[in-house]
Write a protein that binds this ligand. Structure first.
Ligand code: ATR
Length: 272
């Protein structure tokens, strides 16, 4: 019987993870199956335990269970602790290892796929929710010249900065006026609603990359704004999705799949 993996969430039908991991397994010749696991509200732990009891080896965790999975772990990685969110579980006997590969997925997409160095650059991160929190630690590890986080609700940004012991600057959108950044990452959910955070003009440095963590939404208002402000390169979050999956696959199987052909495949299915 092949090893079993799945993505657990609610909803979960839309998840691209089964397609991505099936492609990784084919490419690397790994004998595994990867499915979808719908957990009802309040039934996360019971659903995971039933999956484990049936021989399940690992899970990806998506909304709304990323926080609950932190408490469920017996061993928590440093990056999952910093993110206060888990997207990857690995089961080994009684041990439940929990990690978060979202941030490293973003960094790998930026550095390897998009050729955008983070080290020594001025980085602006928009948003102070779970999506932003999940990528802060891996971004800081790259030692940017600056990491500035801006959010509509100032207190939320400040609380987040405090929980990282002030390792980055936090402020409002208005306070960005007069500053310039080499990389601007949109981790707000504004694009979902077709909205744009109230960014002042002039914050995009010449040659900058604008990155929207959202995907499948075409050119979001954020990317359109960045283009009109002179950004040299625009990217959506599809590469991050594939790279976080590649890192999960590595945690489970000890092998690094080649993400490029899988990203191409996914892009094609999204555009179709
Ligand atoms: P997620 O886990 O996806 O980050 P979240 O925790 O609900 O979701 O956070 C959503 C983020 O998007 C927040 O930073 C939110 O700003 P507030 O903290 O001020 O609410 C931000 N956001 C959502 N819609 C926005 C909009 N139209 N303009 C600016 N920011 C927006």
């Amino acid at each position: 019987m092949p090893d079993q993996y799945a993505v657990i969430g609610n909803p979960v039908a839309h998840s691209k993870s089964p397609l991505i991991h099936a492609a990784f397994a084919r490419q690397t010749g790994q004998d595994l199956v990867y499915g979808r696991l719908l957990a009802l509200e309040g039934a996360f732990v019971a659903t995971v335990n039933a999956f484990r009891a049936g021989g399940g080896r690992g899970l990806n965790v998506t909304l709304p269970f990323k926080g609950e999975a932190v408490r469920f772990a017996t061993v928590l990685s440093e990056r999952a602790r910093a993110a206060q969110a888990v997207n990857t579980l690995k089961f080994d006997g009684d041990v439940i290892f929990a990690d978060n590969t979202d941030g490293v997925g973003l960094v790998n997409d930026l550095v390897r796929n998009l050729g955008c160095a983070i080290t020594g650059r001025r980085i602006l991160l928009l948003g102070a929710g779970g999506a932003a929190r999940g990528v802060i630690e891996p971004l800081l590890q790259q030692q940017p010249a600056q990491l500035v986080l801006a959010n509509r609700t100032l207190e939320k940004a400040q609380r987040l900065a405090q929980s990282f012991r002030g390792a980055f600057e936090a402020g409002t959108y208005a306070a960005l006026a007069g500053r310039r950044f080499d990389l601007v990452i949109n981790a707000t959910s504004a694009s979902l609603a077709g909205e744009l955070p109230p960014l002042p003009p002039g914050i995009i440095a010449p040659g900058a990359l604008a990155y929207d963590m959202m995907y499948g939404k075409g050119k979001t208002p954020f990317l359109a704004f960045a283009r009109s402000e002179g950004a040299a390169l625009l990217a959506d979050g599809l590469g991050m999705l594939v790279e976080q999956a590649a890192e999960s696959f590595f945690i489970w199987r000890g092998l690094r799949p080649d993400s490029a052909p899988v990203l191409t495949l996914l892009r094609r299915t999204l555009d179709a």
